[in-house]
Design a protein around this ligand. Structure first.
Ligand code: ADP
Ligand code: MG
Length: 389
């Protein structure tokens, strides 16, 4: 899917540009920005739009999950931080309905989710909010990849009314993940792991695209259980597995899918837990499988080494605790050492990659866990589809 990107824009002289960013940054109780990574991520796009002569940039983001218009979820402090990073004044507007926008070069709107129209299930209410936002500008830019799987007003309703373009970050992420899914260089290996059964959708779709799918995390043992293995007290998303019974069946009998052959087990999930390695059929009552064992590491790294395209979604064990971190670290390092396309996604996966300092070795560590996961599930993202060429 080719997107219209901001590179396709000619001069922006005299034009107002509304940019959907993802400045949903971690804030403290007073609303101070604790980590500005997401703000810095948007800077190249914002600077580019200014350099193209835009009259005004109107920025909009959601912050958290407001129930009311909570003070600590307001965008004022975020606007301040952006201003510091850009060395420009960023005007914060609370209510743009009355009196219009201030003349400033950059304005930041209040938290989009303070308006019920943003996420509304009522199509009219959503369209009305989208229309209100669209009326502020001539051009729309999406620089919020991580929100692109959501059909919110700021993602979909606005670019329905004014022409929409992908920012640099969105263009990059969509393109790189697209490369891994459409005519990828082979062999393609997907490493999919985690706790919940929802990853089954990704495994199932990757069974169609990848040459091998290596599965880890609690989900892998749950699939072993379906094959008749006793997994002891290993955590299992029973509800999710039951809901997806059809997928479970397909996945657990697929020849493309590799499952753990051994595990690091413990009786307690604790940093000081006594851990031991056992073959999979010897987990034992009362013991939990909390990481893949050395034989599984070898099995998976052998296929990873030969891969030209790798997609990694989910830590292979409870890497937050040292005794159960080896699998995630070893697989991460093995992927990092390959020469082809290497894409990772997911909040905890990104944390692991940062922890082991592997970030620079990856082609892409996706900023949007949910959005990139939906792409590898084979879904179209509404926020991207609307920017199609
Ligand atoms: P991501 O955020 O990258 O999408 P998930 O949230 O799906 O990943 O899964 C990561 C979580 O799964 C981690 O917190 C990790 O501790 C946990 N986990 C991984 N393996 C196991 C296991 N065998 N038992 C229990 N929890 C596990
Ligand atoms: Mg997670």
């Amino acid at each position: 899917m080719k997107l219209k990107t901001i590179k396709d824009l000619k001069s922006l002289k005299g034009k107002k540009v509304i940019v959907r960013v993802d400045f949903n940054v971690p804030l403290d109780a007073k609303g101070n920005v604790r980590n500005d990574k997401r703000i810095r991520f948007a800077l190249p796009t914002l600077k580019y739009l200014l350099a193209k002569g835009a009259d005004q940039l109107i920025l909009m983001t959601h912050v958290g999950r407001p129930k009311d218009c909570e003070k600590e979820l307001m965008t004022g402090k975020i606007a301040e931080r952006l201003g510091k990073l850009l060395k420009m004044k960023v005007a914060k507007v609370n209510d743009w309905g009355e009196g219009g926008l201030p003349k400033a070069k950059i304005v930041m709107l209040e938290n989009l989710r303070f308006n019920a129209g943003e996420k509304s299930k009522n199509a009219d209410e959503k369209a009305a909010f989208g229309k209100q936002l669209a009326s502020l500008a001539d051009v729309y830019v999406n620089e919020a990849f991580s929100n692109s799987h959501r059909k919110h007003a700021s993602m979909v309703a606005v670019p329905k009314l004014i022409s929409g373009y992908a920012g640099f970050g969105v263009g990059q992420e969509a393109e790189q993940i697209g490369k891994a899914l459409v005519k990828p260089k082979r062999p393609v290996v997907a490493v999919i792991a985690g706790l919940k059964a929802d990853k089954l959708n990704a495994i199932y779709h990757m069974m169609k695209i990848a040459d091998t799918v290596c599965v880890g995390g609690a989900l892998a043992y749950a699939l072993r259980k379906v094959q008749g293995v006793n997994i002891g007290a290993t955590k299992m998303d029973e509800e999710g597995m039951a809901e997806m019974a059809d997928l479970v069946k397909e996945v657990s009998k697929s020849k493309k899918v590799l499952l753990p052959v051994d595990a690091v087990v413990a009786e307690k999930l604790d940093v000081k837990a006594k851990a031991k390695v056992v073959p999979l059929e010897k987990i034992g009552a009362g013991w939990m499988a909390l990481d893949i064992g050395p034989k599984t590491i070898k099995l998976y790294t052998d296929v990873i080494k030969k891969a030209k395209t790798i997609l990694w979604f989910g830590p292979l064990g409870v890497f937050e605790f040292a005794p159960f971190a080896k699998g995630t670290k070893a697989i991460g390092q093995a992927i990092a050492a390959t020469k082809g396309l290497k894409i990772a996604g997911g909040g905890d996966t990104a944390t692991a990659i940062e922890k082991y300092k592997l970030e620079k070795k990856f082609t892409l560590v996706s900023t949007g866990g949910g959005a990139s996961l939906e792409m590898i599930e084979g879904k179209e993202l509404p926020g991207l589809s609307i920017l199609k060429k």
